[in-house]
Design a protein around this ligand. Structure first.
Ligand code: NI
Length: 226
């Protein structure tokens, strides 16, 4: 499933992030790439351990906790620390698949990357190119969102970032290990959750609502890892 989560950050928060990122040191993005993706990757990143990245990452994680759509769609168990990247001057990231397991820096903990997330920090009109292209069984999807919006997509999908031919594209990216590993099951749960919310507005007192809500929780009980 590919989900757009609008307005994760407010325009003020986006402006604060960008101001802080101007002060950060930027390094070649290949430092965090795996063997295959290293050849495809050409961008700049703020080092994961950089205090500015850590501080802004906390702002993003706190904002995500308040986003009901993100929680319902991702059913997150673990979220990696958000990292920041920049593409400009024809920089690009060719077709690749994100690594499946990531070590959490400075700890022995690992995260399985079920979902990839990109949070856009530049407005689409500030740059040309830079579209995130995601391939799934339904075809190729082109994603370029307003600053502050987030896209969530299966980390198992092939994807790329097209060359940025004008301006600069700033974004934050991170991964989610979901309580529901399987994308199909997770999509089903989101559909069920969304229908329950809709029905709750129309027929809140119908006794079948209790049973339907129970079905959601019983499926979670069968499938979830916590
Ligand atoms: Ni990627």
């Amino acid at each position: 499933m590919l989900i757009q989560v609008p307005a994760v950050l407010t325009p003020e928060q986006v402006a604060q992030c960008r101001q802080a990122l101007d002060q950060a040191e930027w390094v070649d993005g290949r430092v965090t790439a795996g063997h295959q993706s290293e050849r495809a990757k050409d961008n700049m990143q703020v080092p994961e351990e950089h205090p500015i990245a850590r501080r802004l990452g906390e702002v993003i994680l706190a904002a995500l906790e308040r986003k009901a759509l993100f929680i319902a769609a991702a059913l997150p168990l673990k979220v990696s620390a958000p990292t920041f990247n920049r593409y400009q001057g024809k920089q690009t990231y060719g077709t690749h698949i994100d690594g499946s397991i990531r070590q959490i820096p400075g700890s022995r903990e690992r995260i399985r990357t079920d979902l990839s997330a990109t949070l856009f920090l530049s407005a689409p009109e500030e740059y040309d190119g830079g579209d995130l292209m995601i391939e799934d069984t339904y075809g190729l999807h082109r994603v370029k969102l307003p600053a502050g919006d987030l896209v969530l997509y299966p980390a198992a999908s092939l994807h790329r970032v097209e060359p940025v031919t004008r301006g600069a594209r700033l974004a934050s990216f991170f991964w989610i290990q979901s309580m529901i590993r399987d994308d199909g099951q997770r999509t089903l749960l989101l559909d069920l959750d969304t229908s329950i919310q809709q029905l709750n507005r129309v027929v809140p007192d119908n006794p079948a609502m209790v049973q339907l809500t129970g079905v959601y929780h019983n499926l979670m009980r069968q499938w979830a890892e916590v």
